[in-house]
Write a protein that binds this ligand. Sequence first.
Ligand SMILES: *Cc1c(COP(=O)(O)O)cnc(C)c1O
Length: 379
Amino acid sequence: MKFETLAIHAGQEPDPNNGAVMTPVYLTSTYKQDGVGKPRQGYEYSRTKNPTRFALENCLAALEGGAYGLAFASGLAATDTVLRLLDADSHVLAGNDVYGGTFRLFDKVLRRFRLDFDFVDTTDPESVADALTPHTRLVWLETPTNPLLRITDIRAAAEVVHAHPNKPLLVVDNTFATPYLQRPLELGADIVVHSMTKYLGGHSDVVGGAVIVKDKGLAERLYFLQNAVGAVLGPMDSFLVLRGIKTLPLRMDRHFENAAAIADFLASHPKVEKLIYPFHESHPQYHIARRQMKNGGGMISFLVKGGREAAVRVAEATKIFTLAESLGGVESLIEVPAAMTHLSVAGSQLDVDPALVRLSVGIEHKDDLLEDLRQALDA
Ligand SMILES: *Cc1c(COP(=O)(O)O)cnc(C)c1O
């Protein structure tokens, strides 16, 4: 089946008892067993397995071209569970432009559990190769990155990582691209992670995370951790993400159509110092982006002339673009990463230029969005 069909049907059969077309929200913590130690279809307790969450997990696996999906209470809960695959004294190599919360989890929390981290420019496969150590067990990539929209060639990175004798796990945070634009498992990644809070949910009404893999042994270790650690997604949230995913292809196409028009507008605007958009020819990894992604997505960053003050002025002057953190919803958002989403990396090697403005371009009419940015830049 094609992606658009899977988005609507994968993991979601009409209810066998009454034909309900939509997956019911199974608000239950426990299940009647047919005899002692005889649960029905593996349903014993909802931390372990819940039918609404299970439908979502199967849908996610199908969309990423994987075999197993796992849903978590947030993107960071998903990330944390993946890192628990490692033993103490393992070395992790991560991109030097990963999501600020990922950096904080690695640097401020997991280091205390004797995991060792290095952050390098993963857009260059050689710097990845050079930074692998005899203790490296996991390589963490984000592409496109948040907020600089840097692109890593996943296939090239997979070759370098899998040539290492340890066979480290290659993890790709696919939040910005979504499986509609990019499927890392098909390009050699071992694990895909998502913040479903963003495009998969798509309506800014739920916080959730996901992990998807192909390998059965790896899936079993992750299911064990999901149940043992317990940061699972609730049934209502699972339902909301399932509903959001049904329109993912339509939304992503429209995000792109709007973002491409805005990128062109910003590229030639006199108050814009620099545009950053993966599907704009000025992007340093434009050709990799074109090869690896179906379209350029809805995220745009740009540097405003005049530094921090000018960036703040623009972000506070828009009327349709809402000044808010997060991204990936149907509504357009604007923010200044150095002062908002990426405050936690201030002063670190992931420090963000204070003049950077980040847009999450929504699916409103593009003329209204263009007009809004025009008046904000002129203000
Ligand atoms: C938001 C985000 C996360 C964290 O997800 P939460 O759902 O907020 O925990 C991880 N990676 C990226 C790229 C993100 O944008």
